[in-house]
Write a protein that binds this ligand. Structure first.
Ligand code: Q46
Ligand code: ZN
Length: 305
C-alpha cells in the first residue's frame, strides 16, 4: 500500500502505477507538450526521475530516445552511465551518448576549477548546451527532462526569494522552441521525488541512488529541505505553491527582449544562439582547457533567426 498524504489516499501497486501514468498524461495534455507522433528526446542522468519519465513515455506509446551525457564526475558518472545503458537495453530503446572528457577535453570537477566556476554552474551550462544541441541537431520535436514537483517547487522558491523575474518568466512546464533552441517539456511536474522513487522500485527500474558528490552545499538542496519541512506540516503545500504560481502569477512575468532568442546571433565556433561572437558554452570550454570537436554542420546555425 502506498500512502500519498497530499492526496489523502492509499494506493495498491496497480493503482499507484496507473496514478503515475494518469498524472503524466494529464500534464502532457493540459500544457499541450507534445503528441504521440512527435519524436522526443529525454535527457537521462541514470537517476530515478529521468529513467521513470523515459519508462512512462515508452509505456504510454510515445516515440522517445534517451540522451546521456558523461560528465566525468569520477565513480558517480561511471555508475550513472551503467544505469542509463542498462535501462535502454532492457527496453530496446535508443540511447545517444556524449562523453564530455572524450569529446570536449574537460570534465566537470577539473573544468569548473580551471574556469573558476562553481561545479554546478559549469555543469548546468554544459548540460543545457549539449541537451539543446542534441535535440536540435537530431531533429527532435521536444527535449524532455525528468524535473519533478520537488525540483520545480525548489527552483520557484529560489527564484522568488531573489525575485529573479527573468527566470520566473521561464518557469513553465513547457517552453516553446525558439530560434536555435528546442521545445522543452517537463511532464513529471505533478509527481514528487518520493513518488518517483516508489515508481522505479515497483517497476523494477535500477537507478543511481547516490547523490552527485558535487551537490554538497548546492542551494537547491537547502530549498528542498525548507519545502520538505513545510510539506510535513501541511501536506500539499509544495503542489499549492507551484501550481498556484502557474495559475495566478506566472503570466505577470514576461521574457524580456534582451533575454529572448529573437535578438541572438550565432556562436562563431559552434553555431549555437549567442549574444556575442562566442557562446557561453564555448567560452567555458576554452577556460576549462578543452576544445570543440570538429562538426561538419549544425542545424542550429541554419534554424536560428
Ligand atoms: S550533476 Fe552537475 Fe548536478 Fe552534480 S555537478 Fe551539480 S549540476 S549536482 S543535477
Ligand atoms: Zn559556441
Amino acid at each position: 500500500m502506498i500512502d500519498l498524504r497530499r492526496h489523502n489516499s492509499n494506493f495498491c501497486v496497480e493503482h499507484f502505477l496507473r496514478f503515475c501514468r494518469d498524472q503524466v498524461e494529464r500534464t502532457i495534455a493540459e500544457f499541450e507538450m507534445f503528441s504521440k507522433t512527435d519524436r522526443l528526446l529525454v535527457a537521462v542522468s541514470g537517476g530515478k526521475d529521468s529513467l521513470a519519465i523515459w519508462d512512462l513515455l515508452l509505456e504510454t506509446g510515445y516515440r522517445v530516445d534517451g540522451l546521456y551525457v558523461g560528465l566525468g564526475i569520477g565513480e558517480y558518472s561511471e555508475s550513472s552511465g551503467v544505469y542509463a545503458r542498462s535501462f535502454a537495453s532492457s527496453r530496446s530503446a535508443t540511447l545517444i551518448e556524449v562523453d564530455l572528457p572524450g569529446e570536449y577535453g574537460y570534465d566537470i570537477p577539473g573544468g569548473a576549477k580551471a574556469a573558476r566556476r562553481a561545479p554546478c554552474s559549469a555543469c548546468g551550462l554544459t548540460k543545457r548546451h549539449l541537451f539543446d544541441a542534441a535535440a536540435v541537431d537530431g531533429g527532435y520535436d521536444a527535449l524532455v527532462t525528468g524535473h519533478n514537483l520537488d525540483d520545480e517547487a525548489a527552483v520557484l522558491f529560489g527564484n522568488t526569494m531573489k525575485w529573479q523575474t527573468e527566470y520566473l518568466a521561464r518557469q513553465a512546464p513547457v517552453l516553446e522552441a525558439r530560434a536555435g533552441f528546442p521545445r522543452k517539456a517537463k511532464p513529471l511536474v505533478r509527481l514528487s521525488e518520493r513518488e518517483m522513487a516508489a515508481y522505479c522500485i515497483l517497476r523494477g527500474i535500477d537507478y543511481i541512488v547516490d547523490e552527485c558528490p558535487m551537490a554538497a552545499g548546492n542551494r537547491h538542496l537547502g530549498y528542498k529541505e525548507v519545502l520538505n519541512d513545510l510539506e510535513a506540516r501541511s501536506p500539499g503545500a509544495k503542489a499549492d505553491f507551484y501550481f498556484n504560481f502557474l495559475r495566478s502569477a506566472a503570466r505577470h512575468f514576461t521574457i524580456s527582449d534582451t533575454g529572448d532568442a529573437a535578438g541572438l546571433g550565432h556562436c562563431e565556433r559552434c553555431g549555437a544562439p549567442a549574444s556575442g561572437e562566442v557562446c557561453a558554452f564555448c567560452r567555458l570550454v576554452e577556460r576549462a582547457g578543452g576544445s570543440q570537436p570538429v562538426r561538419l554542420s549544425s542545424t542550429r546555425r541554419g534554424s536560428a533567426a
